[in-house]
Design a protein around this ligand. Structure first.
Ligand code: ADP
Length: 610
């Protein structure tokens, strides 16, 4: 894409350097020059010069105990120390010297005036100007204030054949379908005008980070072949009240001139957050938001300016922004499903050299829950690994390893576990895997490893869902909790003591158990009453409790009960299958990494599981 950027002006730096040089000159060179101009002589020379009438002006500086004088032509300044000499004035008078009380200028009066008065003033003003401009730049971009207050600085992507197209965005078919209509409208607005259909002024793309919202917006512009203005919501947030609003005004002015076009505001929640009723809110942000609302109301429905905005916090947006006539269309851009993941992997694999026999469906299945950006990262990590190993092509193992890198961090090469620790970790991981495998409704084990990772994990068990699951039954969640407790359960069963290795498991199990009660209505006591509301659907799903303190206590009790029950179940499963547990843990201890097939092979071997 041809991105038209404003060139940076280095002029200010030259200006700054010039000022610095002048300052240096003034402070270092001038006294030196002055010194050079005055020649020190002894009193005898002074007397001789008087006698020879080679004397011009004389200034007797009694306080400094010195006499400054010039020769007859006034071309050289001399100085000499004072000596007690009562008839000096008479002799000077006789020699015809001028000996008024005036100070003898040691250099040309004009130059002196320039250097002592004008130069410091210029430096002072120049430096002030520079500082204030710097401050303004920080406040509102290089063009703000005296050079056009509140310029938007939106990046304009001029239409170009190299632009992103819908085909570059893999998966996200529903989102693409909704946006295709806008592309069609931009191509052929008359078709819509004839029927009297109005295009939505604004389209809100909502979804978790890295799912391709920005890409989709660019693709709309690319497909429609129209200019694309892009700005992030945070760029509107300014130090001075009113400047953000001025930027909004400027952005829309530019957009209207270039219509038909697309204006894309990323992270619109930065300006579009719900306004608060209380006094002392963020005036600047509110003014910016108001300006945005006004602008959106201001232009005609079919003016050809379409505003796309992206956010991953739709619940925090001001309702005024999402009402009809503004961002009235909402396009969800969700995490990709299995098919979507495979497609995204393939799109990014086109950019690298890859072996023919790579099975993307396996990788896609392993990377469940990954966003488009993470998948792009996985492909890149795999390519880097291939380069590191000196290979020309990326193979399956590269991709599989890079999933682990993205999920669990790099292998920690120098982490040295004692044999005892290694054995505990082996039992811990096999505990998870065995509990998972010996229950129904659990995702199959794909891989178990006890190679420490930079993320701090000492090992992990990777389970892979076969297909996409949109619903989970109560039993499935309970089994999942049991699986989380399986690691700790194995330590208890085998070693009779516990380690710190289970902290993450504990957190996950608790989270699930809590959600069962407060959000999924899966407890008898609370029936279908919501005790928690999710405040941040796309960013980790933080929830806030909305119930009385007594209920909270009850919930806590219930959570403990639930986890405890599953923990006991896990211990029971492992005790009953102790032989398999030992066998598998020993195998993992020796190999450090085993695949799901090896695991199932040993588990089903001989059918002697109790
Ligand atoms: P968002 O704006 O939703 O946070 P971006 O559009 O900036 O995400 O996506 C970040 C990067 O992730 C893109 O540059 C692209 O490489 C990759 N990506 C995300 N989603 C997709 C997708 N559906 N198809 C191809 N690449 C994707």
């Amino acid at each position: 894409m041809n991105e038209v950027k404003q060139p940076k002006k280095p002029l200010i730096y030259y200006y700054c350097i010039a000022i610095l040089v002048l300052m240096l000159f003034n402070f270092l060179a001038m006294p030196w020059l002055m010194q050079r101009q005055i020649i020190q002589v002894d009193y005898g020379t002074f007397m001789t010069m008087i006698e020879e009438r080679d004397i011009g002006q004389v200034e007797i500086q009694e306080q400094e105990n010195q006499i400054i004088f010039t020769n007859a032509e006034n071309t050289q300044v001399y100085k000499t120390g004072m000596v007690f000499d009562p008839d000096l004035t008479q002799r000077l008078f006789d020699s015809g010297a001028v000996f008024s009380g005036e100070i003898i200028e040691q250099m040309s009066p004009v130059l002196s005036f320039l250097l002592t008065w004008i130069l410091p003033i210029i430096i002072f003003i120049g430096f002030g100007q520079y500082m204030s401009r710097k401050l303004m730049e920080r406040a509102g971009g290089p063009n703000s204030m005296s050079f056009g207050m509140g310029k938007s600085n939106a990046k304009v992507y001029v239409k170009s054949s190299a632009g992103i197209k819908f085909s570059d965005v893999a998966g996200e078919d529903e989102a693409k379908e909704s946006l295709a209509e806008i592309v069609d409208y931009l191509h052929n607005p008359n078709k819509y005008r004839e029927v009297g259909a109005a295009m939505p002024k604004g389209v809100l793309l909502v979804g978790p980070p890295g799912t391709g919202k920005t890409m989709l917006a660019k693709a709309v512009a690319g497909e429609a072949n129209v200019p694309f203005f892009s700005m992030s919501g945070s760029e509107f947030v300014e130090m001075f009240v009113g400047m953000g609003a001025a930027k909004v005004r400027d952005l829309f002015k530019q957009a209207k001139e270039k219509a038909p076009c697309i204006v894309f505001i990323d992270e619109i929640d930065a300006i579009g957050k719900k306004r608060e009723g209380q006094i002392g809110g963020n005036d600047e942000r509110e003014q910016t938001l108001n300006q945005l609302l006004t602008e959106m109301d201001g232009f005609e429905e079919n003016s050809g300016v379409i505003i796309l905005a992206a956010t991953n916090r739709p619940e925090s947006l001001d309702p005024a922004l999402t009402r009809p006539g503004r961002f009235d269309r909402r396009v969800p851009v969700e995490l990709p499903d299995l098919k979507g993941r495979e497609e995204i992997l393939k799109v990014h694999a086109k950019k690298i050299k890859i072996a023919d026999n790579v099975d993307f469906s396996v990788i896609a299945r392993m990377a469940s829950g990954a966003s488009g950006a993470e998948l792009a990262n996985i492909v890149n990590e795999a390519a880097l690994r291939a380069v590191r190993d000196g290979r020309k092509f990326v193979n399956q193992a590269d991709l599989e390893e890079s999933i682990e890198v993205v999920i669990a961090g790099y292998q920690k090469k120098n982490a040295i576990l004692t044999n005892k620790e290694k054995l505990i970790v082996s039992y811990h991981e096999i505990g998870h895997a065995l509990v998972a495998a010996l229950q129904n409704h659990s995702a199959p084990v794909q891989k178990i490893t006890i190679v420490p990772r930079t993320s701090g994990a000492l090992g992990y068990t990777m389970q892979v869902d076969e297909g996409n699951h949109y619903l989970m039954t109560k039993e499935e969640i309970e089994n999942k909790i049991a699986t989380y407790t399986g690691g700790r359960a194995a330590e208890e069963v085998v070693f009779g003591s516990v380690t710190t290795g289970a902290s993450n498991d504990i957190e996950q199990a608790t989270k699930l158990a809590r959600a069962m009660i407060t959000r999924y209505g899966m407890s008898d006591e609370f029936d279908m009453v919501a005790m928690e509301t999710v405040t941040n659907q796309y960013l980790g799903g933080d929830a806030s409790l909305s119930c009385s303190a007594e209920t909270q206590t009850l919930i806590d009790q219930k959570v403990v009960e639930l986890v405890k029950k599953q923990h006991e179940k896990a211990i029971q499963i492992l005790t009953e299958n102790r032989k398999k547990l030992d066998e598998l843990a020993q195998f993992l201890y020796e190999r450090e990494t085993i695949t799901g097939e090896e695991f199932m092979g040993i588990l089903n071997d001989g059918g002697n599981a109790a």
